[in-house]
Design a protein around this ligand. Structure first.
Ligand code: ADP
Length: 588
């Protein structure tokens, strides 16, 4: 018995000696790299012998001095002390911590380590992340729609490092789902089509179309910079079609249409630039700005809630608010609406993030908010969703609207508020857009929302018929009324109007079958009021003074569109002022 125990003990000793001698690494020094906070690699050198991680040296880092120091001190030490990769990240420097761990992991993998064994318990370690993450850049942009991304690109082009905070999991905001029409006086595209236009006309139509409530100096900035900013977008790779058109409520054929569907062209173009320059532009999605901080009267930082930490993003030069409008915030609509019947049950064209967060942020630091009662509705919502998708109109000139009786009721080339008000007066606030195959030469022809007329008909979202009579039957309106409405319209096309509604925008008759109809109702589209800015996109306080270090651009601002925004003026607005805000913020 004693012998057996002795033999077992010897065997045990032999085994444990063998496991002590197990080779964990191939001895030597190994490099590893992983992107840090600004996208630039953190490079480490890890020295190992057969059994231990001996030394970790940081060969290269461009992390934020001061804020990242603790991570460089603690993470390598924690890895060596514990001989593990399952170490906690350092509060306030999560990104740098993760970069160091990832770089060391890469080096150890090259040394032949069992990474899974070394990382055991890592998931738990990741959960215990920082209470507050400190980040820093020259310019912090809140919101990654058209205005915010333009601001970020322009700030970078002017030499700044940038942090963009976006609360949604994806970028694009309302911009990416918009109809995307961009108004600019553009002789190169308009003259070949025989369209007369001028900056002065664009100014006057914008000013008067907004009931003279817009700030003339902001409108001038908009109309004068619309074309240069369109060229700037083109210089970044954006493509527009050669033809211009009149967009709903645009009053004049100066709307440019991107080659790519909806607003995807703008966002993809700006994002491609940001991707190419990610060493100096940090984009954080799922990160909602909640507070602004001021020091000595100057806005210096943004607090935000990220996916796994609170973030304090310091803007050494400036902060730019580009959070969009509040069209999807029913409470705010109810609070500010003075003009429309209750908007509580009206749907919206907006993305879910359009909740006006920028207003509260700006108010926190004393900004003046103006024109919040100016809420734009369109007569163009899908009756089920409020979305613009499914809209069959191609341009203003070649379609009419009829109510449930099959009768026209408004100048279909009028201002958006005029058309929507008229629609509210119709039975069930409901109308049909009626047009013919001049707009859709084939079933594969697409509307402005990347949908073919064939699929809309198939899905029951549009109706098609070979005669007006048959169409009337399908949409359940009086056939005589519908025929009379079209006949009257066709007559006005011949004379050029104005017709009895005052309509002057005509092109082709509605006379080529098949005919199409699509249903539409009022929908909340754009909030024209917001943060008061000057022509440099600086935010103005309630005493009329500039708030140092704070800029705003896009739908979150007020003072440009007055009581009614012209169709096609939002895209130049957000990009013109985004670009100005970015350049000026970088120059602070
Ligand atoms: P604009 O046309 O003015 O650029 P968009 O609606 O296209 O407006 O974009 C605004 C963006 O701002 C959206 O992507 C939205 O999710 C984002 N946003 C709104 N509120 C916040 C917030 N509190 N923090 C970060 N991003 C926000």
């Amino acid at each position: 018995m004693k012998r057996v125990v002795q033999i077992l003990l010897v065997l045990l000793l032999v085994f444990s000696a063998a496991s002590c001698g197990e080779k964990l690494y191939t001895p030597g020094s190994y490099e590893g790299a992983a992107p840090g906070i600004h996208g630039k690699d953190v490079i480490v050198e890890v020295t190992v012998d057969e059994k231990e991680i001996k030394e970790i040296r940081i060969l290269q880092n461009e992390e934020t001095p001061g804020l990242s120091d603790a991570a460089f001190e603690r993470i390598p030490k924690a890895i060596i002390d514990g001989q593990t990769l399952a170490v906690d990240t350092v509060a306030g420097a999560t990104y740098t911590s993760k970069a160091i761990i990832a770089a060391v992991t890469e080096a150890l993998a090259a040394a032949g380590a069992d990474i899974a064994a070394l990382s055991e318990g890592k998931a738990e370690a990741d959960v215990v992340t920082a209470a507050t993450e400190n980040l820093e850049a020259d310019v912090v942009v809140i919101g990654a729609g058209g205005a915010g991304l333009s601001a970020a690109v322009s700030a970078h082009q002017n030499g700044a490092t940038v942090i963009i905070l976006e609360k949604m999991p994806q970028v694009g905001g309302n911009t990416i789902i918009s109809g995307a029409a961009y108004n600019a006086v553009d002789p190169e595209r308009q003259e070949p089509l025989g369209i007369e236009d001028s900056i002065e006309k664009h100014f006057t139509q914008t000013y008067e179309g907004g009931d003279k409530l817009g700030e003339p100096v902001l409108i001038r900035t908009l109309v004068e910079n619309a074309l240069p900013t369109l060229h700037w977008m083109e210089s970044l790779g954006m493509e527009f079609r050669d033809e211009v058109f009149t967009v709903l409520g645009g009053l004049w054929p100066r709307a440019h249409k991107p080659v790519k569907p909806l607003g995807t062209g703008y966002i993809e173009t700006l994002m491609a630039y940001i991707e190419d320059n990610k060493d100096r532009i940090l984009l954080l999605t799922d990160t909602r700005a909640t507070d602004l901080y001021k020091r000595d009267g100057r806005v210096i930082a943004v607090q935000a809630t990220g996916p796994d930490s609170t973030i304090l993003a310091q803007g050494k030069k400036a902060v730019i608010i580009a959070t969009g409008g509040f069209g999807n915030d029913v409470e705010k609509r109810e609070k500010y609406n003075e003009i429309w019947p209750s908007l509580k049950n009206i749907k919206s064209t907006n993305h879910p993030g359009a909740t006006g967060d920028g207003l509260a942020l700006a108010e926190m630091v004393g900004a003046d908010l103006i024109g919040l009662e100016q809420i734009q509705l369109l007569p163009m919502g899908d009756p089920n969703t409020g979305s613009l998708a499914g809209n069959i109109e191609q341009g203003v000139e070649n379609r009419i609207f009829v109510n449930k009786d099959g009768k026209r009721f408004v100048d279909e080339g009028a201002r958006r508020d005029v058309m929507t008000n008229a629609l509210f007066e119709q039975e069930d606030s409901f109308m049909w857009i009626v047009l013919d195959s001049n707009n859709y030469p084939t079933m594969d022809t697409k509307n402005n929302f990347n949908e073919t007329i064939g699929e809309l008909v198939e899905q029951g979202r549009a109706y098609m018929a070979d005669s007006l009579e048959e169409l009337a039957g399908k949409i359940d309106v009086d056939p005589e009324n519908l025929k009379a409405a079209v006949a009257e319209f066709n007559q006005a096309v011949e004379t050029g109007g104005p017709d009895r509604f005052g309509r002057t925008l005509f092109d082709k008759k509605i006379d080529t079958p098949p005919y199409y109809a699509g249903a539409r109702t009022p929908t909340v589209h754009h909030t024209m009021g917001g943060i008061k800015i000057n022509e440099s996109a600086q935010v103005i306080d309630t005493e009329g003074k500039v708030i140092p270090g704070l800029y705003a651009a896009g739908e979150t601002t007020g003072g440009i569109h007055g009581a009614n925004r012209l169709g096609g003026n939002a895209l130049p607005d957000i990009h013109v002022f985004g670009r100005i805000a970015g350049a000026n913020a970088a120059a602070e």
